[in-house]
Design a protein around this ligand. Structure first.
Ligand code: SF4
Ligand code: SF4
Length: 245
């Protein structure tokens, strides 16, 4: 997903008139929104205008409202690490608050943050869940528009610092290249340490736009075959989907 530049192109596409420009910045009226996703489908930057802006203090107030009912917070996106200074301030505020000591601070990320960036936020985070959407550079480039060298470096760095909570692999039939590279992938995973949780996600066609809407959804047999190949290579801490489309 790209970053919204407030071009305003999505405003006329909204059937609920929930979008407008306020001082040159896109504004979303959540009370009018019917969650139809038309604006996302029409956005030339594959972004979303459905965002709200908070200061760290405002987000801390919201966090405190729910703190008694949760064990931690997970920031996701889009790509949450694109707002690294904000994340650092938010996590730091949680870690310094005596009444929020029970909350873990986790990041759900595509792994493209630099090692310098991970080093900056590491003192305030408890872990990260990282996506590796394909093994080879070329295949990853095809699927996501970017290579995966930096992502692999992030995964290794986080694992070495006991901050890799989960490695996520997205299985897309005929697209992802995990099985063709199963030996290299398994060696990589085994090098990360025994306790790393591998979560295999099944690609769902539903709700996907653009070229990917023509890709096949992954079924249980695809995931079972893939996890069997990992188990054969001593990777046993695996979570597979509960439901398939
Ligand atoms: S969401 Fe997309 S179309 Fe709408 S203002 Fe942002 S960049 Fe433009
Ligand atoms: S999802 Fe987007 S297009 Fe649909 S109602 Fe909400 S703001 Fe409007």
């Amino acid at each position: 997903m790209g970053i919204c530049d407030s071009c305003g192109d999505c405003i006329p596409t909204c059937p609920q008139q929930a979008l407008s420009l306020q001082n040159g910045v896109i504004s979303w009226n959540s009370a009018h929104c019917e969650q139809c996703d038309t604006c996302i489908q029409q956005c030339p930057r594959q972004s979303s205008p459905m965002t709200l802006t908070y200061t760290v203090d405002e987000l801390m107030a919201i966090t405190r409202k729910y703190a008694a009912f949760i064990n931690g917070v997970t920031v996701s996106g889009g790509e949450s690490t694109l707002q690294l200074p904000f994340l650092i301030d938010y996590f730091k505020a949680i870690k310094e608050a005596p009444d929020l000591k029970h909350l873990t601070c986790l990041i759900d990320s595509n792994g493209t943050l630099s090692l310098n960036g991970w080093q900056k936020i590491a003192p305030y985070m408890d872990g990260a869940m990282i996506d590796l959407k394909s093994w080879s550079e070329e295949s990853h480039l095809y699927l996501t528009g970017r290579g995966n060298q930096r992502i692999k470096e992030s995964i290794k760095w986080l694992a070495n610092h006991n901050l890799l909570t989960e490695l996520r692999l997205l299985y897309i039939p005929e697209k992802t290249d995990y099985l063709e590279n199963i030996e290299l992938l398994s060696q990589f995973i085994n090098s990360l340490g025994e306790s790393i949780l591998i979560r295999i996600n099944a690609f769902h066609q539903h709700g996907v736009y653009g070229e990917a809407s023509n890709w096949r959804s992954a079924q249980k047999q695809h995931i079972d075959l893939f996890s069997k190949e990992l188990i054969k290579r001593n990777i046993v801490n695996i979570k597979t989907p509960e439901i398939y489309s």
